[in-house]
Design a protein around this ligand. Structure first.
Ligand code: ADP
Ligand code: MG
Length: 720
């Protein structure tokens, strides 16, 4: 039998002793009012195991228990209603399982019905008809009448003696918890009891000097006030303390990793820019670099010369010319007698990079090779050998590059394009491809709000290309309903007559495997009718085609043999066909904002005016309509990413799944609390500057806390 219960049976006083002495790291079943059943619910549903876990389960809102509505004031619009009045006239209605209980609640201003569908006998036993109660619940309107279903009810005398705080906490609970009688109210009671049972001084989790300097509320007081606020002001101060602490530790951890890496990981020093770079720059560069391109090349170049491993994010909106930068950086590596690798998330993009680079670097006498999932065995074998004996200078490919069989003679740099499509683990594997870790540059066009980049990329150095090549016109974006397809077709014909090309993109229908490509297939049929041969030719591209078919289809479009490319989102990232000027996105409301932005980025890559047409049916969800509107209003990737985050919350933004936050945030929200996070980052930076390995006694508490919060990152594991 359970230790705790076997003890109480013999010596009941132990219960009391335990209850007054629980430690923060004790299991919650030792708490008054919990017991093994509820403890199991806490563990299963909320991952709450210890007293400390429980204290960090914060209310999601507070009810103002000093505010009472009169019955006449009650509407269904309020979040909740608290009212004082008499409950009487209980009636059982309905039959059998559909039976329910009603009662009338009244005060001097009027009366409403109360309804119970569950726990009927409990209510009948515990509520005395004719007495005054305080009720709490959400009003709803049914058949023109206002009523309250399943209100909480408490006798007025009991209510008055119990409520010690005006703001009563509400806790989120799951259905399963409610069924196990672990509702918000019960949690509140357990929380009350817990605060009585723990030592009054909660051990601090921040150094004393920080609490003093930043005038933070001590932890014990903050925890109490977050659950049972004395008033609005203490609640705010308490929340600030907890939020600050969470974000501060996120940043301290990231910066610590970044510093640690800089100190520990030696990297290859690329001492010169080398002949290849100079030759290309002087003789082969097809256009003047933008100032932004020049600046980031310089930043990267300096980084590569330090002898430390470079871990840098190269951020630049779609079409800003990241490929060229990547290429020139690889030339620096080759010029220093190293090999370079460029990794892309799709085969189409890898092939395109391969072709672009092969063409641009044609005069330099380099051995550039391609490796993808569909490379033939014989070719692979040969390639593996050439990589090992060093005859390959630049390798371009998909995640096939990561595989262990791919061994380099002397890999100096890895560039990862559209890095948000790769996982951290995948990228980390590239670290092992040489004796010292090669330099890593990750590129992304998915702009993410600054607040997010502080965490997602908080441990990387960042270079930003904030300028588009000259002559680019903004892509004109319009929304059209499906019924307006004919004019759209007509517009396409006009552009095609001018020699331009068109993408038409369909969403994948993910719910059903069979119909995955249904939209595309249906669409293709009508497009083929509207654009018949021999005047028009159409390319098709989707994920289920064989690699060779894909390549052929893409080639025909790149060469201009086909004028229309009907595709799924396989063309979403990276694809570069400057002559394509129209992007038509079908069922555009089914795409997320960053996807729409990426797709739109496929046009507007040359000097010609380009267009993006978002097609939808008349029926649009509110969010879908908002997304379409944002797209027609702005071309600015950063603005779009911010709107995206507002609509979806930070967790869902593409590329942020590996959010850089190694623990669940309990109180902080990285969007709402961006400023606090910046503050936390600055403070963390100061601390690490003065005490890089946190070895001063006053900072020991920081290390202890981080180890506890983030046990998995204790090995200082590399994040690239
Ligand atoms: P992204 O940053 O989206 O990967 P790309 O590297 O594909 O963009 O470049 C988009 C287009 O811009 C390509 O056709 C490329 O050749 C062209 N480009 C890049 N840099 C310049 C420049 N400095 N001047 C003019 N065109 C450029
Ligand atoms: Mg690109």
């Amino acid at each position: 039998m359970d230790y705790f219960f076997s003890k109480i049976k013999k010596t009941p006083t132990i219960k009391y002793t335990f209850a007054t002495m629980v430690e923060l790291n004790q299991e919650i079943k030792f708490l008054p009012g919990v017991g093994p059943k509820k403890a199991e619910l806490f563990a299963k549903e909320l991952k709450i195991f210890t007293v400390e876990d429980l204290l960090y389960y914060f209310p999601y809102k507070y009810l103002d228990r000093t505010k009472f509505y009169t019955v006449a004031e009650i509407t269904e619009k309020e979040q909740y209603i608290q009212a004082k009045g008499i409950i009487r006239n209980f009636q059982l209605r309905g039959q059998g399982r559909k039976q329910f209980l009603t009662a009338v609640f009244s005060d001097e201003t009027g009366k409403i019905d109360l309804l119970w569908f569950k726990g009927i006998s409990f209510i009948q036993k515990n509520i005395t008809s004719g007495k005054v109660y305080v009720i709490l619940g959400k009003a709803s309107r049914y058949g023109g009448k206002i009523n309250i279903v399943h209100p909480e009810a408490e006798e007025i005398a009991k209510f008055q003696e119990k409520i010690s705080t005006a703001l009563a906490p509400s806790y989120n609970t799951s259905e399963r918890m409610k069924r196990g009688y672990l509702n918000s109210k019960t949690i509140g009671r357990i929380m009350q009891a817990t605060f009585k049972a723990i030592p009054s001084v909660t051990p601090e989790t921040l150094p004393a000097y920080l609490i003093k300097e930043l005038k933070l509320m001590p932890l014990g007081k903050a925890l109490r006030n977050i659950h049972f606020p004395e008033n609005d002001l203490t609640l705010r101060t308490a929340r600030y303390r907890i939020i600050f602490e969470e974000l501060f530790y996120v940043q301290l951890n990231l910066l610590r990793q970044k510093n640690y890496r800089k100190v520990t990981f030696r990297g290859y020093a690329f001492e010169k820019v080398g002949n290849y770079f100079n030759d290309f720059y002087d003789n082969h560069l097809p256009f003047e670099l933008t100032n932004a391109q020049k600046r980031v090349i310089k930043e990267i170049r300096e980084d590569l010369a330090t002898g430390k491993q470079c871990n840098r994010l190269l951020q630049g909106d779609v079409g800003s010319g990241k490929t060229l930068v990547a290429m020139m950086v690889m030339l620096i590596a080759v010029g220093n007698n190293f090999q370079a690798a460029l990794m892309a998330p799709t085969e189409i993009l890898a092939i395109q990079h391969f072709e672009t680079l092969t063409e641009m670097l044609a005069g330099l006498g380099l051995n550039i090779r391609l490796l993808t999932g569909s490379s033939k065995t014989k070719y692979r074998r040969e390639l593996h050998e050439e990589l090992q004996n060093g005859t390959v200078d630049i390798l371009i490919g998909t995640h096939a590059l990561i595989e262990d069989v791919v061994v380099f003679k002397n890999l100096g740099i890895v560039i990862i394009d559209e890095q948000h499509r790769f996982g951290v683990a995948q990228r980390a594997k590239m670290w092992k491809k040489n004796k010292l870790p090669p330099h890593i540059i990750v590129m992304t066009a998915t702009p993410i709000p600054r607040t997010l980049s502080m965490t997602v990329y908080g441990d990387l150095d960042v270079s930003v290309i904030d300028e588009l090549p000259p002559g680019r016109k903004h892509v004109t974006t319009a929304h059209r309903y499906d019924g307006q397809r004919l004019p759209v077709f007509k517009f396409m014909k006009g552009e095609i007559a001018k020699g331009r090309q068109v993408y038409i993109v369909y969403p994948l229908i993910e719910e059903s495997e069979h119909f995955e490509y249904k939209d595309l297939e249906d669409g293709l049929e009508s497009i083929s009718r509207a654009f018949p041969p021999p005047q028009y030719a159409i390319s098709v591209l989707h994920g289920r085609m064989k690699p060779a078919e894909k390549r052929k289809s893409m080639d025909l479009f790149v060469k201009g043999t086909t004028q229309i490319m009907v595709a799924t989102t396989v063309i979403e990232v990276g694809v570069n066909v400057p002559n394509a000027t129209i992007m038509i996105i079908e069922s555009a409301d089914r795409f997320g904002l960053s996807q729409l932005h990426q797709l739109r980025g496929r046009v507007g890559r040359g000097a010609d005016q380009s267009y993006c047409i978002l097609m939808t049916s008349f029926k649009l969800s509110a969010d879908g309509r908002k997304r379409i509107k944002i797209m027609t209003q702005t071309n600015d990737g950063f603005k779009i990413s911010e709107e995206d985050m507002k609509l979806r919350g930070p967790g869902d933004i593409e590329g942020t799944q590996q959010s850089g936050i190694p623990f669940d945030l309990k109180a902080a929200n990285i969007v709402r609390d961006a400023e606090i996070m910046q503050h936390g980052r600055n403070i963390a930076n100061d601390i690490l500057e003065k005490d890089p390995d946190l070895s001063l006694p006053k900072n020991h508490i920081l290390v202890a806390r981080m180890k506890k919060m983030m046990p998995s990152s204790k090995n200082w594991s590399p994040v690239s």
